[in-house]
Design a binder for this molecule. Structure first.
Ligand code: NAD
Length: 282
């Protein structure tokens, strides 16, 4: 079997191109505010990358870079101020936060209509209930990647390895809403390999480099690799041993160049959608 390696970069570019006419149609420029606490190097790279992508598209970005010692109170005041500012369409808090800050508590400070990362309890709850929401960017991007090769997911069996608020949990409900039978696996799951081999679609989001190989998937499965592991030297690695599954999977995403670019494209799409809603266009 010749595996289709899904080109996430190309799909992301197409998504961004489709956003341009929507931005042109807006009455005012969309605005995204990013909160970055501390000096985590990887976070700095992600923030810069998001800002560049957004500005190239015509979205105004304001980065609030705060000290590692920022208090819960100070964040509360900042987020409250941004929530009330009518020209701001989207607010995102860059993860991870320093240990003294409770990320669940802080994510829920963001107004749901500005929660372009789709991580507030309200937006996750709306997703679970099948109501309109802003959907978490990585799982939303994964769905686009999967549906590019399997447009109708009805009746398919999917396994998600990982159960985080950021990826695993919203992914479960997106697949369920497309009538998949979904298995949620995690670090305490027994017989993981056996379960994986029952799935038509395998989504791996653990951060454990090379966790899944050819013996863990069935022939013809679609494999979406969300994981990113940074080694001291060498390229970034995914959770899947890509060279092994080549020729076994029907389709798969590479790392890099798969889920990552789609995650950023979905952040842009959510920002434009939030702006359209704020401007009464949709
Ligand atoms: P997380 O640490 O919050 O969650 C990891 C999950 O993996 C947990 O639910 C845990 O139970 C599960 N897990 C860990 N080891 C396991 C094992 N041996 N077997 C089965 N399950 C196991 O991480 P996260 O925020 O969900 O992110 C997961 C990975 O995806 C990370 O590598 C992260 O960097 C990456 N990520 C990539 C993007 C992107 O845009 N490409 C976006 C978000 C996250």
């Amino acid at each position: 079997m010749k595996t289709i390696w899904i080109d996430g970069k190309k799909m992301a570019q197409e998504t961004l191109d489709n956003l341009r006419p929507r931005i042109d149609h807006l009455k005012r420029i969309p605005r995204l505010d990013v909160i970055w606490v501390g000096d985590n190097v990887a976070s700095g790279i992600y923030v810069r990358h998001k800002k560049e992508k957004a500005e190239a598209l015509g979205i105004q970005v304001n980065v609030h870079h705060l000290s590692e010692k920022t208090t819960l109170d100070a964040l509360y005041h900042l987020i409250n101020q941004l929530n009330q500012d009518e020209i701001i369409d989207g607010i995102m808090v860059q993860m991870p936060l320093p240990n003294h800050l409770n990320s669940n508590e802080i994510l829920d400070m963001v107004a749901p209509d500005k929660d372009v990362d789709g991580l507030t309890t309200v937006n996750l709850g709306r997703l679970i209930c099948g109501m309109p929401s802003l959907v978490a960017c990585t799982p939303k991007g994964c769905m686009r990647l999967i549906e590019s090769v399997v447009p109708d997911l009805t009746g398919k069996t999917a396994i998600i390895i990982g159960r985080s608020r950021l990826v695993g949990k919203p992914m479960f409900h997106l697949l369920l809403s497309k009538h998949c039978t979904v298995i949620q696996a995690h670090s305490k799951t027994e017989k993981l390999s056996q379960l994986c081999r029952t799935a038509d679609i395998v989504i791996v989001a653990t951060g454990k480099a090379g966790l899944i190989g050819k013996d863990d998937i069935k022939v013809g499965a679609v494999v979406i690799d969300v994981g990113i592991s940074r080694q001291a030297q060498g390229p970034i690695q995914g959770d899947v041993r890509a060279s092994e599954i080549d020729g076994v999977a029907y389709a798969a995403t590479p790392v890099p160049g798969g889920v990552g670019p789609m995650t950023i494209a979905m952040l842009m799409e959510n920002t434009v959608l939030a702006s359209e809603r704020h401007q009464g266009i949709v």
